[in-house]
Design a protein around this ligand. Structure first.
Ligand SMILES: *Cc1c(COP(=O)(O)O)cnc(C)c1O
Length: 397
């Protein structure tokens, strides 16, 4: 079948999110089935031999391929505009698989300082053990990224918008920098998802996801994905088949269902977060608010160009320090106190003593993460109820 024969060729995101990656069985089911099987049977010994050798396409074992996981992979690849995708057991295994499949001893990575903390540990502690060197640069320090480039630099890795301060990197400019130096640009697209931002269209080579967050959207399963060109995904698949951090079929099914409502949810998260950011910004008990949807945010113009909306995560400083931030958090009764994000349930956390607690005071100061900072992931509850809950926090200051 050529692309043009495919009814989904050129289809919009809303159609791909619901119709992409469907493989119906002879049973005629409408909803995507869950293939809860570890292995597959063959018609004959000759058939088994042909499947094992790869001469005949088809499933062999679910560490290699599973139809439910394949449906998820095809759907997320379509949404990100990538040639192919690979489902993984978690967001961290998406990053690990990308790095181990595409890097070798002697290579060098430049990683944004402002990525998910475990990503920094993965690169700095484990890849370093196998001879991959890592330099860490603040997300927006372009001169720093340029200065860190070496002949061995094989990968630039970043997350935009950043957590928790919502800094926005220019993906097209970073892709240009990577390619001018023979390196790949890998973007963790967890915060925006393809509903709001498609890094591959801006020149990135690979997108990684924690599907655990907005792709699931209801806090049920841990999983991840890698999306990009076929040549790279073939390497990632080979790594996964050999080393094993594959996605479970049940989780793939949950993520398939999550993707169907992704754009509706991301638009609702974004609208609610913008309303709350404006309300906090005008509140006398609140200091700076960090959300790219506010015109006062330094990344506003770039985010408005690069993203469809500004996402569901924002941070703000309370008047005072850690004691006041903790009092604020403990006074809220609807927001869940948890480090997770991207859920229909709104969450609240104190980055300096949880997600960013392992950093030294100097590192945290340099990253601009003060003890007065509180991070929200705005869910889908009624916004007036959420504001009333945040007012409880303000009243406790
Ligand atoms: C949560 C998260 C990860 C890690 O994903 P897991 O599914 O928890 O392994 C990676 N990157 C970002 C931006 C995240 O928020």
């Amino acid at each position: 079948m050529t692309d043009h024969d495919d009814p989904l060729f050129g289809a919009a995101l809303d159609t791909l999110a619901i119709r992409g990656g469907i493989h119906r069985t002879a049973e005629g089911e409408h909803s995507e089935p869950i293939f809860a099987t570890s292995s597959y049977v063959f018609d004959s010994a000759a058939d088994a031999a042909a499947r094992f050798s790869g001469e005949q396409p088809g499933n062999v074992y679910s560490r290699y391929t599973n139809p439910t996981v394949r449906s998820f992979e095809e759907r997320i690849a379509a949404l990100e505009g990538g040639e192919a995708a690979v489902g993984t057991a978690s967001g961290m295994s998406a990053i690990l698989s990308t790095a181990l499949a595409l890097l070798k001893a002697g290579d060098h990575i430049i990683c944004s300082r402002d990525v998910f903390g475990t990503t920094t540990n993965l690169f700095g502690k484990y890849l370093a053990k196998f001879g991959v060197e890592v330099s860490t640069v603040p997300l927006l320090d372009i001169a720093g990224w340029k200065a860190a480039i070496r002949p061995e630099t094989a990968m630039l890795f970043l997350e935009t918008p950043s957590n928790p301060l919502c800094e926005v990197a220019d993906i097209a400019a970073m892709a240009e920098l990577a390619h001018a130096n023979g390196a790949l640009l890998v973007v963790d697209n967890c915060f925006c998802t393809p509903a709001l931002q498609t890094p591959l269209a801006l020149g990135a080579d690979i997108v990684v996801h924690s599907a655990t967050k907005f792709l699931d959207g209801q806090g049920r399963c841990v999983g991840g994905a890698v999306v990009g060109r076929q040549e790279h995904m073939t390497e990632v698949v080979t790594f996964l088949r050999t080393c094993g951090p594959t996605m479970s079929p049940f989780n793939a099914w949950v993520f398939l269902k999550g993707l169907e409502t992704l754009r509706l949810r991301m638009d609702a998260h974004s609208a609610a977060a913008l309303e709350i950011a404006r309300w906090l910004d005008a509140h006398e008990s609140i200091g700076r608010v960090y959300y790219a949807g506010l015109e006062s945010h330094p990344g506003h113009a770039l985010a408005a160009r690069q993203q469809r909306a500004f996402g569901g995560v924002l941070s703000f400083e309370v008047q005072g320090g850690q004691e006041e931030a903790w009092r604020f958090i403990d006074a809220t009764r609807i927001f869940s106190l948890t480090a997770n994000l991207g859920d229909t349930k709104s969450t609240i956390v104190h980055p300096a003593t949880t997600t960013h607690g392992r950093l030294s005071d100097e590192q945290r100061e340099a990253a601009g993460i003060r003890r007065s900072l509180v991070r929200l992931s705005v869910g889908l509850e009624d916004v007036a109820d959420l504001k009333a809950d945040l007012q409880r926090g303000c009243d406790a200051l």
